[in-house]
Write a new protein. Sequence first.
Length: 567
Amino acid sequence: MLKVSRLVPRSVLRTTLSTARTFLCDPFVRRLERASRIQQDWLLKRIRACQTTTFGRDHHFQTIRTLSDFRKQVPVSEYARLAHYINAVAAGDTRALIPDQDRLIQFTITTGSTGVPKLNPVTRSWLREYRAGWEIWGTRLFTDHPDKIGSRVLQMSGTWDMGRTVGGHQISMVSALLTRTQSPLVKPFYAIPDVLNDIRDPVVRHYAALRLTILDDIGWIMLMNPGTLIRLAEIGDQYKERLIRDVFEGTLSKQFDIPEPIRASLKRFVPAADPRGAMSLEAIVNRTGRLMPSEYWKQPVISCWLGGTAGFPSRYLHELFGSSPLRDMGLVSSEGRHTIPLQDTEPYGVPSVGAGFYEFIPVDEQESETPTVLEGHELTVDRDYRIVITNSAGYYRFDIGDLVRCRGFIGQAPQLEFIQKFARVGDLEGEKLTEHQLVEGAHKAAAVVGVKLGLLTGVPRRIPEQKPYYDFLVTISEFPDSELAKGFLKELDLQLASLNFLWRARRTEGVLAAPRLLRLPAQGWDDYIQAELRRKGTGDYQYKHPGLVQHQDWLKNFSPVDTIVLD
């Protein structure tokens, strides 16, 4: 495979990106000094543009002159309140949300926190702002690591063809849309072709990706979910003999079920037979007993989620990928790129101030009928907030269900870390156990007993004539020994008491019974995830495993091997 770096000298690429940083990233950082003014200007311009839309008429946009007016006319809403307008656009009535000077391009889809698919309009202005945020983030990332510029990018995306709306508009995963609209200057550096993303089985897809890239000069890996990265590494090791044979023979194994049209399209991307390369991989296995990315790639820069519940697995990446620099992907959803991280390691970023208007509701006012609503510059460091967005897709004061923490400021812009989905809080007896506390406590407990924890979910249980308790689900492959499992459960109970004084109080009072550990079959989580993806019709790239599920009927999805209880 011809390396792009042979066609374009790396020195030219570095100079080009350095210039882009000067004209793109540096002005963005300077604008953060007046983030409040920029945000309000964006909002009022959007309001004026949308006065004649159905939503604008229904909410009297023609009378709005200030932020205060906007807040009086438009209430904070969840998706259900906006669905009527979005469905009208999907059916062909674009003026329900989109002004005449803008244009509907298509729709993206997300499962949201409820698991029910939701449509998101993609307008010309929204896509322009969305891409601008990615360009700022990417240019900053690349220029912070100039030694990797010119190396290849390993990035997989979601499914492109998710169907059509009633009005005939294309529906896609947002990551697929971003890949399809990528700059032609960047596209040649992608290590895998778009067609590979159409392989539905994630094991097969990951194997195919490794077959195409294992001997490539991979300098960058961009996959949102760190759990996906871990799985990629595990699959390479699990199928190492087959992978080495494919490299030796110049083939893509028929052992894996790849639809023939996709296999035919991939044929020209499969590297030719490389006996020397196969020998180098076999030498790694002979020396280490494993085949891990830390040995066959040269510590690529990794971008994924680092913060919140979804980011916990990122702490294991260095064991598999070596001393790779880590950059948080930011708070990204189908509704937009909401934050832009500006440095390695830290799990937070500043709002995309030119791509929407952001408001924040203090989490401790969640039950108030008239909660305080703040702008970004009004936040308090180390406090948690619900994030509310208004953007060019047609969302107005939309509570996206995410909880963020203010970690500091750059100018007037808060640095925001995603913590968890707001609704994921257990409250059987007033313990108010958050998903974030549960996942943090579980990983701490696993470290104490010497286990590398994968996926875990807690379920609050209320059974008639019993004290309420929590079930925690893990796979038996992580805890094959019952005494080890019991030790982990005991330590988890202690960690939760340390992290949450209400948990400690309720357990001490005896109103909350001891938790139980349900050990699932080794493939329990894989089977569940695949069933969920088939049910929703979405890809696994942005799959966020629930650390806490409120509904105990959810347990019907599983057949535990056994149940571990504390004495």
